[in-house]
Write a protein that binds this ligand. Structure first.
Ligand SMILES: Cc1cc2nc3c(=O)[nH]c(=O)nc-3n(C[C@H](O)[C@H](O)[C@H](O)COP(=O)(O)OP(=O)(O)OC[C@H]3O[C@@H](n4cnc5c(N)ncnc54)[C@H](O)[C@@H]3O)c2cc1C
Length: 395
C-alpha cells in the first residue's frame, strides 16, 4: 500500500482545511460530538455545515454521479473525513451519510436510491438508527418490535431505545420482526420509516452530562409501504450486518485524536508546574508520546480499511478492530488530558475559565458510551477472536 498523496490530493486537503478553518470560526460553543443534537444553536450550525458540505459535493465524493456523487476515488472521501475530524467539525449525519447510504448502494432498490441518496448528499435529510430495544442490545437478534404485513404495507408496533438523534432526524432505519416463527436472525426485516408517520412517539433519554441525544421511540400501528423494505423480507439481518461494518470504521476519530494531542502538547509547553514547564516532565512527555504513537497506528488501520473498501472487501473483524482501537484510544486521551490539566480539568465544558475549554472532562464523561454504542467492546473482541483469528465460539 502506497501512503503518499498525489499533488492533486494534497491540494484537495488544503481546500478542505481552508474551508473548515474559516467555518469553525463561526461555531457556537458546545458544537462538538453528539452535543450538536441537543441545543438549537449548535444544531443549526450542524445543519449549516451539512448544507455547505453538500453544496460542494463533499458528503458524497465517492458516490456515482447519478446519485449526487462525484465518482471520486474513496481516498478523497477519506482525506475529507480526516481534515474534518482534525477541525472537530460536525455537519455529517453519521447515520445517513456513513451508514445508510453505503447500505443502499449495496442492498437498496433503485427507487430507494433515487429517493434518499440525493437528499443525503445535499445534507438535508437526517437519519436515526432504530435497532436497540430495552431487552435487545448486544443480543440484537432477540428484538421484539414487530411489523405485520397487510397488503402493500407493514404495520409496526414496539419500542426502540438509545435512538441517537431521533428527535432531530427526518427518517429512521429500523430492524423489526416480520416472522416470529422463524429462527431469531431469520425473521427480521430492515425498513425505512419517515419520522412524520402517524403513530411514532419520540421521548428524550438524558445522558450523564445532561445532554439530549438519546431517545426512546415508540411505534403504535405505524404504517410503512412495503417498498420501504431494504433487501428481502426476513433477510434484514444480513443488511444490518453490512450497516454495522460501515458504522465501525472511521478515520475522523484518529484525526480528532491527533488534534487533541497537539492541543495537550501546546498546553504543556505553556503551563508551568513547580516552576518548570509541564513539557519538561518526563512522565508527561512519555504519556503524550504513547498517545501520539497509538494515533498513528490507528490512522494506518483506518487507511487500510478504506483501501480494503475500494477492493469491495471490508471484513467484519477489521471493522471491529478499528472500533475497539479508536474508542479505547479516545478513553486514554480523555483520562490523560484530565490528568495533565489537573484539578482545573473539572471546570464545566464550554466555560471561559476552563483550560482547553473543559474538553477533556467532557470527553471523560463521553468515552464510556463510545465503547458501548455501535456494539460494545466485548462484542467486538468476540468478532475479532472468532472471525479474525478463527477461534471457536464460547457459547
Ligand atoms: C453512545 C451510544 C449511542 C447509541 N446509539 C444507538 C442508536 O442510534 N440506535 C440504536 O439502535 N442503538 C444505539 N445505542 C445502543 C447500543 O447499540 C447498545 O447500547 C449496545 O449494543 C449494547 O447493548 P445494551 O445497552 O443492551 O447492553 P447489553 O447488551 O445489556 O450489555 C451490557 C454489558 O454486557 C456485555 N455483554 C453482553 N453480551 C455479551 C457477550 N455475549 N459477551 C461478552 N459480554 C457481553 C456488554 O459488552 C456490555 O458491557 C447506542 C448506545 C450508545 C452508548
Amino acid at each position: 500500500m502506497d501512503f503518499r498523496l498525489t499533488p492533486e490530493q494534497e491540494a484537495l486537503k488544503k481546500e478542505f482545511d481552508a474551508f473548515f478553518r474559516e467555518e469553525m470560526k463561526k461555531a457556537p460553543p458546545m458544537a462538538a460530538g453528539e452535543n450538536v443534537y441537543d441545543k438549537d444553536e449548535p444544531f443549526a450550525f450542524h445543519c449549516h455545515l451539512a448544507r455547505e458540505m453538500g453544496k460542494r459535493g463533499w458528503l458524497s465524493m465517492a458516490w456515482p454521479k447519478a446519485y449526487g456523487g462525484r465518482d471520486a476515488p474513496i481516498i478523497e472521501q477519506v482525506l475529507f473525513n480526516e481534515v474534518r475530524g482534525y477541525h472537530r467539525a460536525q455537519g455529517v449525519d453519521i447515520q445517513g451519510v456513513c451508514m445508510l447510504a453505503p447500505t443502499l448502494f449495496a442492498a437498496g432498490s433503485e427507487e430507494q436510491k433515487q429517493e434518499h441518496l440525493p437528499h443525503i448528499a445535499r445534507g438535508e435529510r437526517f437519519w436515526c438508527q432504530g435497532w436497540s430495544e430495552p431487552n435487545a442490545g448486544s443480543d440484537l437478534a432477540s428484538l421484539t418490535a414487530k411489523a405485520q404485513r397487510v397488503g402493500d404495507e407493514y404495520i409496526i408496533n414496539g419500542q426502540k431505545t438509545w435512538t441517537s438523534n431521533a428527535h432531530r432526524a427526518h427518517w429512521c432505519f429500523v430492524l423489526v420482526r416480520t416472522d416470529p416463527n422463524q429462527a431469531r436472525h431469520r425473521g427480521l426485516s430492515f425498513l425505512l420509516v419517515d419520522m412524520k408517520t402517524p403513530g411514532i412517539t419520540v421521548k428524550p433519554l438524558l445522558a450523564m452530562d445532561g445532554g439530549h441525544h438519546f431517545n426512546e421511540v415508540y411505534f403504535d400501528d405505524v404504517r410503512v409501504p412495503v417498498g420501504n423494505r431494504v433487501g428481502e423480507e426476513n433477510k434484514g439481518w444480513y443488511v444490518t450486518l453490512m450497516t454495522m461494518n460501515f458504522e465501525r470504521t472511521s478515520i475522523g476519530a484518529f484525526a480528532e485524536a491527533q488534534k487533541d494531542i497537539e492541543d495537550l502538547a501546546q498546553f504543556c509547553r505553556e503551563t508551568k508546574r513547580n516552576g518548570r514547564p509541564l513539557a519538561d516532565d518526563p512522565i508527561v512527555r512519555r504519556k503524550l508520546a504513547d498517545l501520539a504513537t497509538a494515533t498513528e497506528v490507528g490512522r494506518t488501520m483506518a487507511y487500510n480499511a478504506a483501501w480494503l473498501q475500494t477492493k469491495g472487501d471490508l471484513p467484519a473483524d477489521k471493522a471491529s478492530a478499528i472500533k475497539v482501537f479508536a474508542t479505547e484510544l479516545a478513553e486514554k486521551i480523555a483520562f490523560t488530558g484530565c490528568d495533565i490539566v489537573g484539578l482545573e480539568s473539572q471546570i464545566e465544558f464550554g466555560s471561559k475559565w476552563a483550560p482547553l475549554a473543559g474538553r477533556f472532562a467532557h470527553a471523560y464523561q463521553n468515552c464510556l458510551p463510545l465503547k458501548i454504542g455501535g456494539g460494545a467492546s466485548e462484542i467486538q473482541r468476540t468478532i475479532i477472536a472468532t472471525r479474525g483469528l478463527g477461534l471457536p465460539r464460547s457459547d
